[in-house]
Design a protein around this ligand. Structure first.
Ligand SMILES: NC(=O)c1ccc[n+]([C@@H]2O[C@H](COP(=O)([O-])OP(=O)(O)OC[C@H]3O[C@@H](n4cnc5c(N)ncnc54)[C@H](O)[C@@H]3O)[C@@H](O)[C@H]2O)c1
Length: 255
């Protein structure tokens, strides 16, 4: 029996939301494990910092400014990765936005912005990535969900965010089953409260500090702690995993 490899040598990955927080950390982690990484973000400044960190550490990466809500931009990002690195066989969709409002005060525009980015953006990204992988013999896609797909975070009025993340979970299962026999795996990572700019916004941060008391491990997740789960799901070590939702939350949703 051959031992499975957690290495990502030979993998070419696209990471959305790679300009900040979880996406930036995972992009660097994938490169450290041997992948070439196409870094996608709507913010060019953040992207440059991520690519610089990867190349300074001896890895391979390119910056691809793009909006995950735009099909043509995501198709172009995939084409640029294939031109630069020869293929696309791994993808991690992490781009997302967040804000709060009680349901009765939430405007349609506020609802739509979060649904467009956090749910439709994952569909548009997966579609562009899946098309390339199906054409080239397979690959692995990981979509970043949230514990907000499993629970409704106490004290955070975010019906749009919770609905979008629940949608990501079932969208991913649906794609997993559609593509299971064609060599493309689709899985979810659902992080708990993670110390990033999104969680440190004042209105979220006050509540998250309080919610830490409800986490069995007694602390927030560090971005680095999401690298291992991402490497696992994008490597051949998880070759029989598809349609799963890997919750990485210090036990938070078990209480
Ligand atoms: N921080 C947490 O506690 C937490 C917990 C669970 C899940 N998540 C999820 O993890 C993901 C990353 O969150 P984060 O905390 O790193 O946030 P972050 O704000 O640090 O990073 C999000 C990135 O997404 C990019 N982005 C936003 N809209 C985009 C678009 N239309 N096209 C391309 N890029 C776009 C932003 O520019 C930013 O660089 C999100 O999907 C978020 O919902 C975060």
């Amino acid at each position: 029996m051959g031992m499975p490899s957690f290495r990502l040598d030979g993998k070419v990955a696209l990471v959305t939301g790679a300009g900040s927080g979880i996406g930036a950390g995972i992009a660097q982690g994938l490169a450290a494990f041997g992948a070439a990484v196409g870094c996608v973000d709507i913010s060019a400044a953040g992207l440059d910092a991520t690519v610089q960190a990867i190349t300074t550490a001896g890895g391979r990466a390119i910056a691809l400014p793009a909006d995950v809500r735009d099909e043509a931009q995501m198709e172009a990002a995939v084409a640029s990765i294939e031109a630069a690195f020869g293929r696309l066989n791994a993808a991690l969709n992490c781009a997302g936005v967040h804000d709060n409002a009680p349901a009765l005060e939430m405007s349609r525009a506020q609802w739509q912005r979060v649904l467009d980015t956090n749910l439709s953006g994952v569909f548009v990204s997966s579609q562009a990535e899946g098309r390339a992988m199906l054409r080239n013999g397979g690959g692995s896609i990981v979509n970043i969900g949230s514990i907000s797909a499993h629970i409704c975070n106490r004290g955070l009025p975010q019906v749009h965010y919770n609905a979008a993340k629940a949608g990501v979970a079932h969208l991913s299962r649906s794609l997993a089953l559609e593509w299971a026999q064609q060599g493309v795996r689709v899985n979810v990572i659902s992080p708990g409260y993670t110390a990033t700019p999104m969680a440190r916004k004042p209105e979220v941060w006050e509540m998250v500090k309080h919610l830490v008391n409800d986490i069995p491990m007694g602390r927030m997740c560090e971005v680095d702690e999401l690298v291992g789960p991402a490497v696992f799901l994008l490597s051949d070590a998880s070759s029989y995993c598809t349609g799963i939702d890997l919750v990485v939350d210090g036990g938070a949703i078990r209480w």
